[in-house]
Ligand binder design. Structure first.
Ligand code: ADP
Length: 506
């Protein structure tokens, strides 16, 4: 659930839950107390009355006794002078917070509770002032509140008399009191309960995931980029955790690739210094030989100079390759794409290479299966670089007395596939996945005297990918290696001759 929806739900729960719980609790408390009132005082009441009109309940408590006394006053007034009779009725009223008082003329001849009577004596009305129609009695307000029911009558000696049934309203009956106390406690408990439930809910849905996020951030601050933040919620915070996790992964990738880059640079420096040192040592040795006069014949002189020239050339190639790789790695190679007829292009290429390979006793077996009009969009110079790198490697790693280089070109639909196979040392299985990575050289080649920077195939891969093709290698150690690459066929309209680009606009 979204955080916004949760807050709306929390708002309604905050209002609805206490109301519902209060209604249930109040209902239970009141019905319990109502039945307790009925049991204790034999008074029928309903739950609503307990809250709305407790005085009415107090009134009903004394109704039975009051009726008895009223009848006695009207029919047998002498009974009201019988102390035992009145005492008996008064006893019944004690538990109902009431008492009886009988007035004869101006004097009270019986008082059930003189202390309480003193409190209201002045407020009691004279004979004839009480309406006989009023059933509920009179409410007397003061420091102490009373409910007074009165009945005027004549004693047997014709004297005026009034009998009072007085109820003390300050002593609210225990059931009503209990209902009040229980209701207050219930309100407090319900409010606390609702608050705790809401707090837990909000804690679980907001604070907990926020805490996970905070821990994750601290871990990253401490440099631990492996600490992953996982949140199982689908709200805004869950989304935030996901974004944070994505950021962590990207950051880690960036840092890893940066570290890798730094490692590569270190490795490159060590490779280059190693690869430059070999020809430099030779140049130094031969030039010392020349200076010291060791080359004392014209033939030796020429041999020394040729060696110096060749080694300097190797160094120059290495430096060029490095500079080129730096450019290609930053996408700053200005490609010059144009449509080329692949058949013609390869025919020319093989012709160029043929003589050189023949000298090295390497036989070329060239099979071009594509149609004479197949065209690809390519930068001829960079494509040549790829072919030279692959063939250069093949030549470098051919270890058989008779080298065989097979070049096959197939039409595979939208692409043309070029395979270059040699019968050289081959590449160990474990090295194959890495040979297109920059500076990677299989151990065997590193330890050999073959030279090389480990950049040739990385450069080739980048160039082929910039031509929207693919490049891969298969090899059988001891038997040979096949390097294959594909080139996308031209679709005519996509080519702009001579367009300089970073390679993606084919
Ligand atoms: P290098 O300058 O070392 O040849 P490359 O990037 O051209 O660098 O090649 C990477 C590695 O792949 C080489 O060091 C070598 O171990 C291996 N390799 C590439 N081509 C061949 C091949 N035709 N035969 C055997 N090993 C090869």
């Amino acid at each position: 659930m979204k955080l916004k929806d949760r807050l709306i739900a929390a708002f309604f729960i905050m209002i609805a839950m206490p109301i519902l719980l209060l209604a249930i609790t109040a209902g239970t408390i009141l019905s319990m107390q109502t039945s307790a009132i009925k049991k204790s005082y034999d008074v029928e009441t309903d739950t609503l009355q307990v809250i709305t009109n407790p005085i009415q309940i107090m009134n009903r408590l004394t109704r039975g006794t009051y009726n008895d006394i009223k009848l006695a006053a009207l029919r047998n007034p002498e009974l009201l002078e019988d102390k035992n009779y009145i005492e008996g009725l008064n006893k019944k009223l004690v538990d109902k917070y009431s008492f009886i008082a009988v007035r004869k003329g101006q004097d009270f001849i019986y008082v059930g509770n003189s202390r309480k009577l003193n409190m209201i004596e002045d407020n009691l009305q004279s004979f004839g002032d009480y309406s006989t129609e009023v059933d509920g009695g009179t409410y007397i307000e003061g420091d102490h509140n009373f409910l007074v029911k009165a009945q005027d009558f004549y004693f047997s000696d014709e004297k005026e008399g009034t009998v009072f049934v007085i109820t003390d309203l300050n002593t609210i009956i225990p059931q009503i009191k209990a209902a009040g106390v229980q209701s207050v406690i219930s309100v407090l408990l319900i409010l606390n309960f609702t608050a705790v439930i809401l707090m837990l809910w909000i804690y679980r849905s907001i604070l907990k995931p926020l805490n996970i996020l905070r821990v994750g951030m601290n871990q990253i601050k401490e440099g631990d980029l492996d600490y992953s933040v996982v949140s199982d919620t689908e709200d805004e915070i869950g989304q935030l955790c996901e974004d944070f996790e994505e950021m962590r992964i990207r950051l880690k990738e960036q840092i890893d690739s940066r570290l890798q880059y730094e490692e590569d640079i270190k490795e490159l420096i060590s490779n280059i210094s190693h690869d430059l040192k070999t020809p430099l040592t030779a140049i130094k040795g031969y030039s010392e030989g020349l200076l010291d006069g060791v080359a004392d014949t014209p033939q030796k002189h020429e041999k020394y100079l040729k060696t110096i020239f060749t080694k300097a050339n190797d160094m120059s190639i290495l430096v060029d390759e490095l500079a080129f790789y730096a450019k290609i790695d930053c996408n700053t190679i200005p490609y010059s794409f144009k449509e080329i007829n692949l058949r013609e292009y390869f025919d020319d290429c093989i012709e160029d290479l043929g003589l050189d390979l023949e000298v090295k006793n390497i036989e070329i077996r060239y099979r071009n299966e594509i149609g004479p009009s197949v065209e690809v969009v390519a930068d001829t110079e960079q494509l040549k670089r790829v072919i030279s790198n692959i063939i250069g490697n093949a030549v470098k790693y051919i270890d058989k007395p008779k080298g065989i280089l097979q070049i096959r070109i197939h039409d595979i639909g939208a692409y043309v596939q070029v395979e270059i196979e040699d019968n050289g040392v081959g590449i160990p299985k474990g090295d194959i996945p890495f040979i297109f990575e920059r500076f990677y050289r299989a151990d065997a080649s590193r330890n050999s005297k073959k030279g090389g920077s480990g950049l040739g195939l990385a450069i080739s891969k980048k160039i082929i990918e910039d031509h929207l093709g693919k490049i891969w290698a298969e090899s059988e150690p001891g038997i040979g290696t096949t390097v294959t690459f594909t080139l996308k066929k031209s679709t005519k309209r996509c080519c702009e001759e001579g367009k300089a680009s970073t390679g993606k606009e084919l």
